[in-house]
Design a protein around this ligand. Sequence first.
Ligand SMILES: CC(C)(COP(=O)(O)OP(=O)(O)OC[C@H]1O[C@@H](n2cnc3c(N)ncnc32)[C@H](O)[C@@H]1OP(=O)(O)O)[C@@H](O)C(=O)NCCC(=O)NCCS
Length: 156
Amino acid sequence: MSTNAFANSGIRPATPGDIAALVAIENASFPGDRLDRRRFRYLLREANSVTFVDVDGAAVRGYILLLLRTGWRGARVYSIATHPAHLGCGVAARLLTAAERWAAAHGCVQVRLEVRADNAASLALFRGRGYVAFGSHGAYYHDGMDALRLRRMLAL
Ligand SMILES: CC(C)(COP(=O)(O)OP(=O)(O)OC[C@H]1O[C@@H](n2cnc3c(N)ncnc32)[C@H](O)[C@@H]1OP(=O)(O)O)[C@@H](O)C(=O)NCCC(=O)NCCS
């Protein structure tokens, strides 16, 4: 591995050059309701969203995508996923921490998200980091599964 590859390790904002890797992670991680190339390209340009990637050299290990809404001091985790080759290595935890720090630095007082009621790994990730359920949406996903609404208040 080159010196450059080491220099390019860690978390950084995603760029259009990451889109192929983002789509590959998406396709490997979700059976349905996936983001495609076009949607990623739009979201990377969109002022009210930010995407961070965790990279190791040329490899994108995972991503988190936050949405902001004008007039609301909160951020929504629109999506988070770790490439299957890097599961269980702390990638999502690092991305979530980076996203929360970014949100706090941009005036957000809370982070929210929806998660499938049967997504044990994701529920453990967010509950373990202080997220609590505050509601649900019935039949929210393509297969009729409910969503739990989770949120965490950010320390200011
Ligand atoms: C959920 C997901 C993002 C976790 O990614 P990850 O990089 O493997 O997670 P990490 O290694 O950072 O683990 C962070 C925490 O998640 C939880 N976790 C991760 N994988 C888990 C599993 N298979 N079972 C139970 N808990 C799990 C643990 O609480 C872990 O904390 P700990 O290490 O202190 O115990 C990953 O499983 C994934 O991409 N799933 C498919 C896409 C998805 O469901 N995204 C969430 C949509 S809301």
